[in-house]
Design a protein around this ligand. Structure first.
Ligand code: PEP
Ligand code: MG
Length: 328
């Protein structure tokens, strides 16, 4: 089976009824870059820039950051890369950032992390912005902000990047041909003001790992809560369907970059909601492509609408039955 998946490398993820799905990979280290060619993925949909910070004993200097980002873009070639600005803080505390003086956190996942920390400690984000803009010289640069809870946070982060762009341009540096800015949707509150945010976005990426834990108030890593953190429960699926439709209606590209998309039945559910952009763990690309190619997407969308109209506790059984009836 492994060999069969490797042969999927050169095969496009097109459904049996002719819909092209974009399948990208999640990455975070130089070692992950080989996965692009091995899997034949469409690009990197989520590059977790905090990994470089987490594996380092001291704060990575701007030049080190720039070199990593340049290597990532070179490895990707013509394929798009989306860099996520640092998602540190909370349980990913860095010893060299003196979190201690800010006090222990009782709920680190919903604490001072990601964009919240980056906007407060903006020296960190300014250095990262310069490193990214310099690395992106001559190409399109896709930047995405994690844990956006309100539109003003997105505006502040984009303004910070634009100020760094102007600063570098004034010094005659070669610029990216275009910078595209996106937000991650992982805090449920953002969905209530999506109409306000969408016109400002170049793309939206749904982080279902955090989104699910916040939607259910269930820790994503707690073994006793695993049954209460179900990606196939009607509430998360209805939520995803609503925000996806809203983004698509506004003409904003929308995809999912959480681990959910790398599991065949969960990925099936996402496709059945009308989602057609996935960024997943590299090992899942072969199996997910195979699933996509066997799928009648239009029939699935119809079947899932019916399941979501009168749902039981989970759509797992219904989706399993549908998949085996339709030889997916
Ligand atoms: C997510 O929350 O779904 C996500 C992709 O980000 P991370 O797993 O890095 O928190
Ligand atoms: Mg997240």
């Amino acid at each position: 089976r492994r060999a069969a998946f490797a042969q999927m490398r050169g095969v496009a993820p097109v459904t049996a009824d002719g819909h092209r799905i974009t399948v990208m990979v999640n990455a975070g280290l130089r070692d992950d870059l080989a996965a692009l060619d091995l899997t034949g993925a469409d690009g990197i949909g989520l590059f977790r820039t905090e990994f470089q910070f987490l594996v380092s004993a001291t704060l990575p200097q701007r030049e080190m950051q720039r070199r990593l980002y340049k290597d990532v873009l070179d490895a990707a070639g013509d394929r798009p890369v989306t860099f996520r600005t640092v998602d540190i803080g909370g349980d990913k505390a860095l010893p060299y950032l003196n979190h201690d003086e800010d006090g222990e956190e009782e709920n680190p996942a919903m604490g001072w992390r990601a964009l919240r920390l980056a906007l407060d400690r903006d020296g960190l984000m300014k250095a990262q912005a310069r490193a990214l803009i310099e690395a992106g010289a001559g190409r399109t640069l896709n930047i995405m902000f994690p844990m956006v809870s309100e539109p003003w946070e997105f505006d502040a982060a984009r303004d910070l990047f634009e100020a760094q762009r102007a600063w570098l341009a004034a010094r005659g540096r070669k610029m990216p041909t275009e910078i595209r800015y996106g937000a991650m949707l992982e805090v449920p509150a953002l969905a209530e003001v999506l109409d306000v945010l969408l016109p400002r976005l170049d793309f939206l990426s749904i982080g279902t790992n955090d989104l699910t834990q916040f939607l259910f108030a269930a820790d994503r890593a707690h073994p006793k809560l695993a049954l209460r953190y179900d990606w196939l429960s009607p509430s998360i699926l209805r939520f995803l369907k609503r925000v996806t439709a809203q983004a698509q209606a506004a003409g904003v590209p929308v995809g999912v970059c959480g681990e959910m998309g790398g599991r065949p039945l969960e990925a099936l559910a996402l496709l059945g909601l009308g989602i057609d952009r996935l960024s997943i763990t590299p090992a899942a690309v072969g199996p997910i492509k195979a699933m996509i190619r066997s799928l009648d997407r239009a029939a699935l969308i119809e079947a899932m609408s019916a399941m979501l109209a009168e749902p039981g506790r989970s759509l797992r059984e219904g989706l399993e039955a549908w998949a085996s009836e339709h030889s997916v």
